[in-house]
Ligand binder design. Structure first.
Ligand SMILES: *Cc1c(COP(=O)(O)O)cnc(C)c1O
Length: 385
C-alpha cells in the first residue's frame, strides 16, 4: 500500500478497468453458472443493510427478525411449519452446517466417533470439503442408468458408523432429482440423519409443481428429511452471498452451539462469526416482491427456454444426455470430445462448463440467458456441427 491518500476518482477508474475483464451476465454468454444477475430491488435493499452483523444479533434485533422471517418463508415453502436455520454464504456453508449437525448429533446420541456420510456420486464437491473438515469418511453411493442415486446402493452403504445420508434435489451437473421419498424412508427406518441438497432446485421445484409440472416430492413433508439446503443466490435471484440451511428441529442447531462469551447472545451455532445481515434483508425483499406467482413465472419461462434449446440441438443432430427435469441441459458433439468442444465454444465467446458424470457440455439456463442468446448459440452450434 502507498503512503499518501489517492483521489477517489483515480481509484474508481483503476477498479473499473479491472472490472472490465469480468464477464457480464447481461451479455448472455455465461452459460455454465448457477448464479445470475441479482434483481435490482434486491441489490438496492442489500446496500441499505451493509453494516448489519448477524453474528451479534442482540445489537441488530431488527435484522435478526428479518433472518428469522426469511427462514420461515423458505421453510414454509418446503412444507415445514416451524423451521430453524440461517441465511449463510451459500450452498457450501449450508451443507457444511448440515453435516456438522448430523455428526454432532450422532456423536451425542449414538456415540459414533469415526463417522461416515453416504453421498451420491453426483454430489456437489462441498461434501468433500465438509468431510475433510469434520473428519468424516465419504462412502459414495452409485448412480443408476438414469444418473440418479441408486436406492439399493444406499442401503448397502449403511453401516453402524453412518452419521448422514445425502440426496440431491436438482443435481449440479444435470439438474436431476434423486428418489428422495425412497431414501427418506430408508433413513427414517434406520434412524439416520437425512440431508437434502436443494441448493439449486429449492427455488424452482415448489413453483414448477404448483404450475402443474410433475416433479417428485423432496421436502419436509417426508418424515425422514432432517435438513434442506436452498440457495437464494441461485434461482432465488438474491445477491451473492446468500445460501439457506433449514433444519426440522431446534436440537440440530443446539448440538452445534459454541459459547460466545463477549457477544449479546450466549451461544453461536453458525460456522462464521461476524456475518452479514444484508443477505437476509435482500432475500426477504425479493421473496416478497416476486411472491409465489413471480417465481413461478420465472421458473416456467426457464423451462421453456430449456426445451427450446433441447429441440434446437436435436434438430441439428447433437446428442442430449437426458430429458431435463429442471433448467439444466447436457449434450455432446457426435465426434468432438466435450473438453475440446468447450474450448471451441470458448473461442466463439461462449462460456460453457463440462460435466464429469457423464462427460458432456452443460448449460444452466439461468434468468440472464434470453431466447435471443439461445438463437445465436444455436446458429454457432450449427456452423461447427
Ligand atoms: C451450487 C451448489 C452447491 C454449492 O453452493 P455454493 O453457493 O457455490 O457454495 C451445493 N450443492 C448443489 C446441489 C449446488 O448446485
Amino acid at each position: 500500500m502507498q503512503d499518501e491518500p489517492i483521489d477517489k476518482e483515480i481509484i474508481l477508474n483503476e477498479l473499473m478497468e479491472l472490472h472490465k475483464l469480468d464477464y457480464n451476465y447481461a451479455d448472455g454468454r455465461i452459460l455454465g453458472s448457477m448464479c445470475t444477475e441479482a434483481h435490482p430491488f434486491a441489490k438496492e435493499v442489500y446496500c441499505k443493510f451493509l453494516d448489519t452483523n448477524l453474528g451479534d444479533p442482540g445489537l441488530f434485533k431488527g435484522t435478526k427478525h428479518i433472518e428469522n422471517d426469511v427462514i420461515k418463508f423458505i421453510g414454509n415453502l418446503l412444507s415445514l411449519e416451524k423451521p430453524y436455520g440461517n441465511i449463510v454464504t451459500g450452498g457450501t456453508e449450508a451443507n457444511l452446517m448440515a453435516i456438522r449437525a448430523a455428526r454432532n448429533h450422532a456423536r451425542k446420541y449414538k456415540g459414533i466417533v469415526d463417522g461416515e456420510i453416504i453421498i451420491p456420486d453426483s454430489a456437489h464437491f462441498s461434501f468433500k470439503k465438509a468431510a475433510d473438515m469434520l473428519n468424516l469418511k465419504i462412502v459414495e453411493a452409485e448412480l443408476g442408468d438414469d444418473f440418479r442415486i441408486n436406492v439399493e446402493s444406499v442401503k448397502n452403504a449403511i453401516s453402524e458408523n453412518t452419521v448422514a445420508i445425502v440426496a440431491i434435489a436438482g443435481t449440479t451437473e444435470l439438474g436431476l432429482i434423486d428418489p428422495i421419498e425412497e431414501i427418506s424412508k430408508i433413513a427414517h427406518e434406520n434412524n439416520i440423519y437425512f440431508h437434502v441438497d436443494a441448493a439449486f432446485g429449492g427455488f424452482s421445484i415448489p413453483f414448477l409443481k404448483e404450475a402443474g409440472y410433475e416433479l417428485p416430492v423432496f421436502d419436509f413433508s417426508l418424515e425422514g428429511v432432517c435438513s434442506i439446503t436452498v440457495d437464494p443466490h441461485k434461482m432465488g435471484l438474491a445477491p451473492i452471498p446468500a445460501g439457506g440451511i433449514i433444519f426440522r428441529k431446534k436440537e440440530y442447531l443446539q448440538v452445534m452451539a459454541i459459547d460466545s462469551p463477549y457477544l449479546t447472545v450466549k451461544t453461536q451455532s453458525t460456522i462464521v462469526g461476524t456475518r452479514l445481515g444484508a443477505s437476509s434483508a435482500a432475500t426477504y425483499a425479493i421473496m416478497k416482491y416476486f411472491g409465489k406467482k413471480g417465481y413461478s413465472k420465472i421458473a416456467q419461462n426457464l423451462m421453456e427456454n430449456t426445451y427450446f434449446l433441447k429441440e434446437g440441438l436435436e434438430n441439428i443432430g447433437y446428442d442430449v444426455v437426458c430429458e431435463p427435469e429442471l433448467n439444466i441441459l447436457a449434450f455432446n458433439h457426435p465426434n468432438i470430445e466435450a473438453h475440446d468442444f468447450a474450448k471451441k465454444l470458448d473461442e466463439l465467446g461462449w462460456k460453457v462448463s463440462v460435466a464429469k458424470c457423464p462427460i458432456a457440455i452443460r448449460i444452466v439456463l439461468m434468468n440472464h440467458i434470453k431466447k435471443s442468446h439461445l438463437k445465436e448459440l444455436l446458429e454457432d452450434l450449427e456452423k461447427i456441427y
